[in-house]
Design a protein around this ligand. Sequence first.
Ligand code: SAM
Length: 365
Amino acid sequence: MLSTFWQQPRQKHHPQSQPRESVPGTQAPSDSVTQHAQALTWSADSFCPRRPRPRMPSGAALSIDYAVDADGGADPSPFYVAEIEGKGIGLRANRSIAKGEVLMVRTPTLVAQAELVNELEPRVRDMMYAVAMARLPKGRRNAFLAQMGRDVRDKIDVNCFQLFIHGAGEKGASHVTCYPDIARFNHDCRPNVHYRITNTTITTIAVRDIQRGEELTVSYIDVFLPSRERKRTIRSWGFECACALCQGPRNETVASDKRLRRIKQLQDDLNDFKEVKVSAETGAEYTALHEEEGLYGHLGSVYTRAALNSALFGDEKGSREYARRAAEELSLEKGPECADAKAMRGLAEDPRAHWTWGKRRKAEK
Ligand SMILES: C[S@@+](CC[C@H](N)C(=O)[O-])C[C@H]1O[C@@H](n2cnc3c(N)ncnc32)[C@H](O)[C@@H]1O
């Protein structure tokens, strides 16, 4: 089994760096299918940052056997590499891109056990890097070396992802994986591209319509953090965020933080199945806040909560509509076969058969 984990800098735990669990209530409480499926494939939210450098591992190994570009195909890329003010190089759309378009599918150029990166004596580690570089096909080596960073170690720090292969808890499961083409996406606190990793293959998808000339961005961090914490996290990775939200007028940041606080409050209330702290209309406020805030790429769980709330209040039209949207967004975020998307298709088809049907309405009486 393979699951993914994106490490955060100098932080042992981060909400966004864990597999995103299903929204409570997506399926009947006894059903563990969703949890299981999400351990296999889930979306992640950060490039691998600089990590602390402990000592000497045992049995570090490198794997460099990935030489295939999954989408090295016929259609010209809808983007080009460009200099982006304040960010170095990045990607820009060379035509309009529709929401849901797959932009890149890539297998890793290099996979290394995290122990190698973190714990090997530097001289030995650098020798292994040299061996790995020499064995890479020329194109892949050049792409790897063209990434930002002083040397191989630094390039891994700045550009790579961390995955757990063979289960998150096992020793030796943690690996760093490098996708040089994907590493060209700069960060934005309100990104227009989402990525998911299935096994070791990364897929990037437009999460909203994108205009020609717009920069294509992903988020390296938890986009639900308030402005101050986002800035602090990004700063700890060695740069100041130059995205429009972080550089925008103060009143917009204040309004954004206020929306994020309200989102958190509503989410907690919607997730509370013991007490009724919400009304049938809460789903509408909750979804509108996300849309207003530009939090695309997270709408799957948002519409799911709204759909469940509608079902709980016995609102057939609302639950069908939100569940339909949830299934659409979840297919994009996690893949069309993900268990949550299937569950939402089921709810959209027959809300009255869902285990949540009418439960809050009854509790209110
Ligand atoms: C994975 S690389 C992205 C590609 C990089 N811009 C380049 O020139 O190769 C990450 C680095 O890009 C820069 N970067 C990415 N997003 C940024 C942002 N929102 N603001 C400022 N710099 C950013 C930072 O230097 C960061 O360490």
